[in-house]
Design a protein around this ligand. Structure first.
Ligand code: PAF
Length: 293
């Protein structure tokens, strides 16, 4: 007689892992043929609670959820961290199984950029705002090219992006609109550690000392937003905020107030809605964060 398993643990269905374009397209066509809605959560893996919040939002709003995992070489400059970028495949699959994701789109570099690949999207507007683009000039071209490909490959009804990468969210939204890609781009508020540090795969690079200093970014953003709302002038507030970040051993790339939609420069809150955006390096790790005022 067969013995009943004592284990009451729920058996998790492993998501389908799709690695070829034809497998991805067939899956998407089948699901859409059943009139089911599809959400895509684009990621580079090394999943953290911020990614998982995007997946949960996608699950609530769509019948089927695809998470793409692809560390996109086109968005890293030669001196950046493409080869050392954290890759945590087994943990990622376990987390996505836990959330009952339907499929994982995991193309290899040769599938995304086969020999002879020669086309790149050159985004304008928010991609040339003088924020991330000033320090990573190759970045948004690489992001737009890969995101456009992902949207065309998966053909989702909507795709989710975290507000932590605020300029990226605005750039991808503009790109989908400008190229008539029929996918709605949905942004989700930044998920934070208890001490306020924005979740990021790159937090894994921080030493214990750097990790202790890292919440300064969010704290200063919050303080500056409060001071601006209380009527303090913009230039003084930003100057003092930047000095405080630097005193926590950060080298600041930018600390700026911008229009929350267009990312153009603002002179005061009256030019808003206003978003404060910061990028700063501590040790070898570059962190970004932002907050609405
Ligand atoms: O934000 C990211 O993880 C990446 O830039 C994205 C959107 C997955 C494109 O590679």
């Amino acid at each position: 007689m067969m013995r009943k398993s004592k284990s009451t643990a729920k058996k998790l269905a492993r998501p389908r892992v799709l690695r070829t374009l034809s497998a991805m397209r067939t899956w998407s066509a089948q699901v859409r043929g059943k009139r089911e809605t599809v959400a895509l959560v684009p990621t580079m893996g090394a999943l953290h609670a911020g990614h998982l919040a995007l997946v949960r939002l996608a699950k609530r709003r769509a019948d089927r959820v695809v998470v793409s995992i692809f560390v996109n070489p086109a968005q890293f400059a030669p001196n950046e961290d493409f080869s050392s970028y954290p890759r945590t495949w087994d943990a990622d699959i376990a987390a996505l199984s836990e959330l009952s994701v339907d499929a994982i789109w995991a193309p290899g570099v040769a599938t995304m950029y086969p020999d002879g690949f020669a086309t790149k999207i050159a985004p304008g507007g928010p991609a040339l705002a003088g924020l991330e683009d000033k320090f990573r000039p190759h970045f948004f071209g690489g992001v737009c090219t890969v995101v456009a490909k992902l949207l065309l490959q998966v053909a989702p009804d909507f795709a989710t992006f975290g507000e932590k990468d605020y300029q990226q969210l605005k750039v991808v939204t503009a790109m989908a609109r400008d190229l008539d890609i029929p996918t709605k781009i949905v942004g989700l508020p930044t998920v934070r550690e208890k001490d306020g540090l924005a979740m990021s795969s790159r937090n894994a690079y921080l030493s214990a000392d750097e990790r202790a200093a890292a919440p300064t970014l969010h704290r200063v953003l919050k303080e500056c937003a409060a001071r601006l709302k209380a009527g303090q002038p913009l230039a003084t507030t930003l100057g003092e905020g930047e000095a405080e970040i630097e005193s926590a051993r950060f080298a600041v790339d930018y600390f700026e107030a911008r229009h929350a939609e267009t990312l153009t420069k603002v002179a005061s809150l009256a030019d808003g809605p206003v978003r404060l955006l910061v990028a700063a390096k501590i040790g070898r790790t570059r962190l970004i964060d932002n907050i609405g005022v």
